[in-house]
Every structure is written in C-alpha cells, then in structure tokens.
Design a protein around this ligand. Structure first.
Ligand SMILES: C[S@@+](CC[C@H](N)C(=O)[O-])C[C@H]1O[C@@H](n2cnc3c(N)ncnc32)[C@H](O)[C@@H]1O
Length: 301
C-alpha cells in the first residue's frame, strides 16, 4: 500500500506500458499494469473514460502482499483511500458505477463504514450490497417452503477463534456513483419467482419470471483444500465482479477498471463477458502471485 509520501512518483517510473495484454472473449482486451494505482491511473487513464470500477482495496489488516505494507495508522489509511477515490472520480464517466468491496475486522467493526465515509465527500452511496459468504437456514424457520427438505448450512469462511467475536460471514459492496442517479439493470442479475402466481398477479413483472435479487448476494468462495491452493490472500470470487458489471448494464463498449486487481478476478469476469478491462497492482508481476495470474488467465480465456 502506498504511504502518503509515495502518492507522487517524482521520477515517473511507471510508464504507459502494460506488463501484460490479454485477448478475451469477442476480441476484448485486458491491460494489466504493474503500478501503484494512483500513479497508474494518473499516467494511463483519461478523464471520464471508465464505465465501471469494481475493486477491493487492501483492508489494512496486516496481510502480507509481498511488497506492500498493509498496516498503516488508520488516519493515514483513510486519507490514502480518499486520494484513490478522488482519482477514481476523475476517470469515472458521469453515469458510471464504482463498486467497492470491503469487510470489517473483529477488532474494528467500523472500518468498512469509515472507508465509506472517507469517500462520501466525492460520491453518492447509491446502493449497499451484502456479500454473504455463508448462511445457515433451518427448515423449522422457513416452515413449509417448497424445495426445502431439511436444514441448510452452506458456504466457506475463515473461522475466527475467539470468545468475543462470532465468525464473519459477510462483507459490504458499496455502490458509489457521481450523482446517485445512475440507471442500473436489476433484472440482468434477477432471480425467478418462487411463487409463480406473482407473475400474473403483479403488473410490474411484465409477465417475466424474474424479480429483483435485492441487496443480499450469496457468493461462494472456491473450495480449497490447503493454504497452498489459495491463489491470493484476499481475492474475491469472479462471480462478484460479474454481478456488479451486469448490474451496471452490459454493453459491448463497456470499460471496466480495478485499481488493486490482485490475481485479476475482475479481469477474468470482464473477459468472460467480452468487455475491455484495465487493472493495476503494485505487486511485482514476477513475485508470488504472478504464477497464479498466468494459471487463471490460461484457464479462463
Ligand atoms: C484485497 S486485494 C484485491 C484482490 C482482487 N480483488 C482479487 O480478487 O484478486 C488488494 C490488492 O491491492 C494491491 N495493492 C496494495 N497497495 C497497492 C497500491 N498502492 N497500488 C496498487 N495495488 C496495490 C495488493 O498487492 C493486492 O493484490
């Protein structure tokens, strides 16, 4: 993570050359830059050029990203993310969407909202989504729901060993926009009605068997058997950026950006959807995660 001092790259070392260009579905391209995100965005992106930003920043929870410190004093961390927000605002189109995924930590249950507040001056918070990673539903609680034959307990999570804190099964996805009036395509990620009589009964359905999914998104992590299988210490599943991009509204000429792209989950989602992606990560491409990046790209494209 950049400290306040390194926000300005005095030697302009991060040139306008992606370390990797990848061709995806329908000829869409992904440009991956090895760069600090502030410098990378500043050096490479025009004003009002990006339709959708889907990102999760370093959470400042002391994760070892290889080259970056992830334990800044909180005030400094929030100040830095505010600068990142200002740069995102510059490059985002006026009707663009900025999805920011962030979770809390047991000892600081405010951190996600503190980050939200740090961005409040520059964006309108248009929607708040809850990324649910695990959930337990007892048959007893839902009673005679069709298809529900027993108790359900699904999802993967990192257990918290503590007498004070429960396991944390969710994270936020803040949907920021410039004015709060960005049109979205709710039904693109909609769900079928459970009770099909609603389709006829409600005029607003337009006779379609599809309703708004709402703001709770159950998205499963890939199953991993050992720590060594984990490609990145803090990546999100590709279904997360995929949902965000579709919700914003898919178009062939869409440009998606992730300033902290990690192993490129958002690049993979963009490529699958056949749209253009540009991403930055301060981690050296030849360090720990680059192999995983290669594996992912060859697997998914
Ligand atoms: C929470 S992870 C994002 C993971 C990503 N969403 C994925 O699914 O792979 C944060 C990433 O930010 C990167 N990072 C940290 N400081 C950075 C900076 N100043 N500029 C760009 N990337 C940075 C880290 O190397 C890490 O890969």
């Amino acid at each position: 993570m950049a400290s306040q001092e390194s926000i300005i790259d005095k030697n302009n070392t991060h040139k306008k050359t992606p370390y990797k260009n990848i061709t995806g579905k329908h000829g869409s391209t992904s440009k991956l830059f090895f760069a600090d995100c502030l410098i990378g965005m500043n050096n490479n992106l025009e004003d009002n050029s990006i339709d959708v930003v889907v990102t999760s920043p370093p959470y400042n929870t002391g994760i070892n990203y290889g080259t970056n410190k992830d334990n800044l004093p909180k005030k400094e961390y929030l100040f830095w993310l505010k600068q990142v927000g200002i740069e995102i605002k510059r490059v985002l189109k006026n009707n663009g969407s900025f999805f920011l995924n962030i979770g809390n930590k047991p000892t600081d249950q405010w951190i996600a909202w503190d980050v939200g507040f740090a961005l409040r001056e520059n964006f309108v918070l248009q929607n708040v989504f809850h990324w649910v990673k695990s959930i337990a539903i007892s048959k007893e609680d839902v009673r005679n729901y069709p298809n529900m034959i027993g108790d359900i307990s699904v999802g993967h999570f990192k257990p918290i060993c503590s007498n004070r804190f429960v396991n944390d099964y969710h994270e936020y996805i803040f949907h920021f926009t410039k004015e709060g009036n960005t049109m979205i395509d709710k039904l693109s990620i909609g769900v079928p009605y459970q009770d099909k009589t609603n389709i006829k009964r409600w005029k607003s359905t337009n006779k379609q068997d599809r309703r708004d999914r709402g703001n709770t998104w159950f998205i499963l992590y890939n199953t991993i058997k050992s720590r060594n299988d984990r490609p990145h210490p803090a990546s999100f599943p590709t279904k997360l950026p995929e949902k965000c991009i579709k919700l914003h509204g898919l178009r062939d000429d869409l440009v998606v950006m992730h300033p902290f792209m990690g192993i490129g989950s958002t690049a993979i989602a963009s490529s699958k959807l056949g749209i253009f992606f540009v991403g930055f990560d301060a981690l050296l491409p030849n360090s720990l995660f680059s192999d995983c990046r290669n594996i992912h790209y060859t697997t998914f494209f």
